[in-house]
Write a protein that binds this ligand. Structure first.
Ligand SMILES: [Ca+2]
Ligand SMILES: [Ca+2]
Length: 84
């Protein structure tokens, strides 16, 4: 019965979906307001141009929210940050 308990605990840990897709937004959103401004994006991607930012800002409010970041990442406009 000890084995069953251990297995259940391991499964619970494995099921915790942290770090799944939040990496990009959290790393770039330096002021933690939930959206990414051009300044914040350029701090991580110095080569990011305003034109490219605008093309990712689907509702043109000057900031990228989570869904816009997800869409940009999927479209290959916003590369995943590389360590080092
Ligand atoms: Ca922000
Ligand atoms: Ca927006």
């Amino acid at each position: 019965m000890m084995k069953f308990t251990t297995l259940a605990a391991a499964a619970a840990v494995a099921a915790t979906p942290f770090m799944a897709s939040a990496t990009t937004t959290l790393q770039i959103d330096t002021n933690q307001d939930g959206v990414l401004t051009l300044d914040e994006v350029q701090a991580v991607y110095p080569e990011m141009g305003a034109d490219q930012f605008i093309s990712m800002d689907l509702d043109a409010n000057g900031a990228l929210d989570e869904s816009e970041v997800a869409a940009a990442t999927e479209a290959g406009l916003l590369p995943a940050p590389s360590e080092g």
